[in-house]
Design a protein around this ligand. Structure first.
Ligand SMILES: O=C(O)C1=C[C@@H](OP(=O)(O)O)[C@@H](O)[C@H](O)C1
Ligand SMILES: C=C(OP(=O)(O)O)C(=O)O
Length: 448
């Protein structure tokens, strides 16, 4: 497999109690969308708290390549001069989305209803990921795609000059698929409709409304979400304050729960019900988390989390919760290893098509650390070894996957022997300050 960059081997050792405040960076999903909606609005959108991870920076470059002006003013402070819906021009270069499934899939939706061709590529992880889930619905609008076998990158998408509106039921719970269809609908006359059986993160709908689009969500008699978007809106530039990322927050939270004596504060964690499944699950496992100072930040409900080391027990995670915590299963499987009893995660097959096959990556690494695992295509079961029962002492393969890398580093903070990873470089895609933030809390992570 071709690498993401120069590999950075890392090692994490058992540490003393974690203490202090973990102010994690901006939300990745909202950051991608802030740049994209800024590019689609007429005039200047101002953004604060933008996540400056590689994934988001690649989306910024893509918006620039499509004709928007994307400018950095200082840490997290950016502005985008947008070209308006319908105003993109054909990029002169291949769009390289690096490691980012969100970036490539959302941008494919965007360009599919323009009279030009766009070629996409990505790193060794992204080039393995399925794109037919995006190009299939885009074909219904009239776009054509030429990818490698299985619809994989590099892929050229030839947009249509005469898009027709589509009603599309997403075959899997995926905010990326939902959003790609809605983005195709933005430059299409008439109403585009997406039906999703299970709710997925709703940032696209919330932010589109905030930028002035005519979009509404109804519940069908079967209990599904039906999202209707009126095409060709004039989007108005906004001031966007990106809230902190609940998926990044899960790493210090989970670390504090398993490192004896820890007591940390994690400010501004989203309580959006399409994102907070991990916190519900941790509380069910017996986690000592208090949700202080509930309020709204950047249009999202948030709270400050006080998290203390806890005696945890295994739980059954209901499959209908999966979409609201899809990126958090790797670190949950680490926490489950330090709990007593069994944690069963069902309905999780989407984990197999993320940056890596996350069930396989976590299962093999945890087994090497002395944890018993069971799995099938859609199920991941961890037999917990209790607070001090995880041996560690392994070098785990991260497969160009930031969440796998950070999860095993969290594991090493509480296991008997250190846990090493072969490559921590992908951490910079979503959480570039992870090492410093965890060190400030008291973690002992070193390179080499
Ligand atoms: O829309 C988004 O911003 C995202 C959607 C999720 O992917 P899927 O839609 O493929 O589940 C998630 O895993 C990803 O990190 C971000
Ligand atoms: C799945 C993830 O991201 P993406 O699909 O954007 O690569 C993630 O961040 O865990």
């Amino acid at each position: 497999m071709s690498a993401h960059g120069n590999p950075i081997p890392m090692i994490s050792r058992k540490c003393g109690p974690l203490k202090g405040t973990a102010a994690v960076p901006g939300d990745k999903s909202i950051s991608h969308r802030a740049l994209i909606f800024g590019a689609l609005a007429v005039g200047e959108t101002k953004i604060t708290g933008l996540l400056e991870g590689e994934d988001v920076l690649d989306t910024g470059k893509a918006m620039q390549a499509l004709g928007a002006d994307v400018i950095r003013h200082g840490e997290g402070a950016w502005s985008v001069h947008g070209v308006g819906v319908g105003g993109f021009s054909e990029p002169e270069q291949v769009i390289d989305c690096g490691n980012s499934g969100t970036g490539v899939r959302l941008i494919m939706g965007l360009v599919s209803t323009y009279d030009f061709a766009t070629t996409f590529t990505g790193d060794g992880s992204l080039r393995k990921r399925p794109m037919a889930r995006i190009t299939d619905p885009l074909a219904e609008f009239g776009a054509t795609s030429y990818g490698r076998s299985g619809g994989r990158l590099p892929l050229t998408l030839v947009g249509t000059a005469t898009p027709v509106p589509v009603t599309y039921e997403t075959p899997m719970p995926s905010a990326q698929v939902k959003t790609a269809v809605l983005f195709a609908g933005l430059n299409t006359p008439g109403e585009t409709v997406v039906i999703e059986k299970e709710a997925t993160r709703d940032h696209t709908e919330r932010m589109l409304k905030g930028f002035g689009a005519d979009i509404r969500t109804e519940t069908t008699p079967e209990g599904y979400n039906k999202i209707t978007l009126k095409g060709q809106p004039e989007l108005k530039p906004q001031v966007v304050a990106v809230p902190r990322d609940p998926s990044s927050a899960a790493f210090p939270v989970c670390a504090a729960l398993i490192v004896s004596g820890s007591d940390i504060l994690v400010p501004g964690v989203s309580q959006n019900t399409t994102r907070n499944g991990i916190y519900t699950t941790l509380v069910e496992m017996g986690a000592d988390i208090t949700f202080e100072n509930p309020r709204e930040e950047g249009g999202e409900p948030v709270a400050d989390l006080r998290v203390k080391y806890s005696n945890l027990h295994g739980v059954e995670v209901p499959p209908e919760r999966a979409a609201s915590m899809i990126d958090e299963y790797p670190v949950l499987s680490v926490v489950a290893s330090f709990a007593t009893g069994t944690t069963t995660m069902r309905g999780v097959k989407e984990l197999r098509v993320k940056e890596s096959d996350r069930i396989d990556a976590m299962a093999r690494g945890l087994e090497a650390c002395g944890v018993e695992i069971e799995e099938d295509e859609d199920t991941f079961i961890v037999h917990g070894r209790g607070a001090n029962g995880v041996k560690g002492g392994a070098t785990c393969a991260t497969h160009i996957d930031h969440r796998i890398a950070m999860s095993f580093l969290v594991c090493g903070m509480a296991s008997q022997d250190p846990v090493a990873i072969d490559d921590g470089s992908p951490i910079a895609t979503s959480f570039p300050v992870f090492e410093r933030l965890m060190a400030d809390l008291g973690a002992e992570i070193s390179r080499g």
